[in-house]
Each structure stands twice: as structure tokens, then as C-alpha cells.
Design a protein around this ligand. Structure first.
Ligand code: ZN
Length: 244
């Protein structure tokens, strides 16, 4: 079985569309690690699509804030502005959908999915110090996580970021030996923060036990224009081009 692993789409319809075109015909199942909304200008289009097409979804911190489940007290002013804007434009159906999303971890048998970490859905896994307790908690399972918007992850033997930040040339495939704990991040579809603007996703082949990290270009200018035209803070458009 090949899974298309999506995370942190962040209301970027152009990036999502490009990823789906790019991965077309290569997967049998789709799952999403949270943060469908927040930052971008298309929260309804993205959430409508996820609702209709992705059976396995967990919530992210922006999903909680944008549906009103949590107040964005820890968000910076720009992110908070985007939360308030998203709350105003979300349809009732999409607000209800986000409200009722389960928290991670979700166990899909072949792997676990979490937004932040196994132990805390809002935790950022940035370095080996963050990863070691999580690899212990994973006890040999494969875990896909999001939240940092950095494609790569941590292997139990090496406990290092792999592939290193910003060094993904377009496609990188790694093998997952059975029983070896791995924390892997497919990267962010709609707002990469690893110094590359291209949309990120991963394909996991559970029979061959390989994970392919992929980047694909998308219509960046249109996504940026929509953010500006929506009256969202301008840095949210600018940062997409810089991958930060
Ligand atoms: Zn996010």
C-alpha cells in the first residue's frame, strides 16, 4: 500500500492542487497530519477538499484556533490576524468539521500520525534533544509528524535530521528497517520553512518500507496574490517565496 502523506496545507489551494497533480497515480490512500487552515487565503477550498477526500485526518494547532476550539494566545500577531480572518470566512460546515477532528496520535497500523509529537500534539520536534524521548515513546514504530514545516526527520540509530534541512533535491528515498523507530516529517504542503518554496509531501510504501520525500513547484504568484487581496498580512505572502 502506498500512502500520500500531507501536512500543514495552511489554506494554500495552489500548493495542494500541484501536489495532487504531481503525485497522481502513485498512491492508494491519503492521510493528513493537521493544519489544513491558517495563513493562506483558501481555508474553505482546502477544508472542503480534505473533508471529501481524506479519511484519516488529525487536528493541528491552527485548526483548533481557527474553529474557535482554542484561543490563539501563543500565536504571534501575524498568525493571530490570520486566525481571526479565517474564523470570519470559514463556512459553518468547515468550522464544525475542524472542531470535531481527533487529536493525534492516530494509529493506522502501518504507522502512527501526530501533528506535533506523540506526547504533545503542540510540541515542535526540532533537534535530537526533542526527538530522543519521542523515539523511546515510539518503541520501534514509524511515526509521521508535522508542525515544524521542515521536511526530514529523525532515525533511531542516528538521531539526526535526515535529510538535512534545505538539502532535498526534489526526491529523496529512504528505507525503513522493520522495528526501527523513525520520526519522519513529510514537510509542509502550503508553507515550507526549510528554505525552499516548493510544496512538500511524502509517499510511504508499506510493502517495500520506503519513504520518498518529494518537492514540487506550484503557482506561487497566485497564492501570494490571493493572500494580499484578502487583506491578510503581507509577510504571509512574502514568506512563501523564501520558504520560511
Ligand atoms: Zn503548521
Amino acid at each position: 500500500m502506498v500512502y500520500l502523506i500531507l501536512s500543514d496545507i495552511h489554506a494554500n489551494w495552489e500548493a495542494l492542487e500541484a501536489v495532487l497533480r504531481h503525485a497522481e497515480g502513485r498512491y492508494k490512500a491519503i492521510c493528513c497530519l493537521g493544519d489544513m487552515v491558517g495563513y493562506g487565503a483558501d481555508p474553505n477550498a482546502v477544508t472542503d477538499w480534505v473533508r471529501a477526500n481524506v479519511p484519516r485526518v488529525i487536528r493541528g494547532n491552527h485548526d483548533k484556533a481557527c474553529c474557535g476550539l482554542e484561543d490563539p494566545v501563543h500565536f504571534n500577531p501575524i498568525a493571530r490576524h490570520a486566525v481571526e480572518w479565517t474564523r470570519e470566512v470559514l463556512s459553518d460546515e468547515n468550522r464544525d468539521y475542524l472542531w470535531n477532528l481527533p487529536a493525534g496520535p492516530a494509529d493506522l497500523g502501518d504507522f502512527l500520525m501526530v501533528h506535533g509529537s506523540i506526547l504533545d500534539e503542540d510540541q515542535y520536534l526540532i533537534d535530537a534533544q526533542d526527538a530522543i524521548p519521542q523515539l523511546n515513546a515510539a518503541s520501534g514504530r514509524l511515526v509521521f509528524f508535522g508542525h515544524t514545516h521542515v521536511q526530514g526527520g529523525f532515525l533511531s540509530r542516528l538521531v539526526e535530521s535526515s535529510p538535512p534541512n534545505g538539502a532535498v533535491p526534489g526526491r529523496t528515498t529512504i528505507c525503513i528497517p522493520p522495528g526501527e523507530g523513525q520520526l519522519l516529517n513529510p514537510g509542509s504542503v502550503g508553507q515550507p520553512r526549510d528554505s525552499q518554496w516548493r510544496a512538500a509531501y511524502a509517499l510511504f510504501n508499506s510493502d517495500e518500507r520506503t519513504v520518498e520525500f518529494v518537492r514540487c513547484p506550484y503557482d506561487l504568484e497566485t497564492a501570494q496574490r490571493k493572500i494580499r487581496e484578502a487583506g491578510l498580512p503581507r509577510p504571509l505572502a512574502d514568506r512563501l517565496a523564501e520558504g520560511r
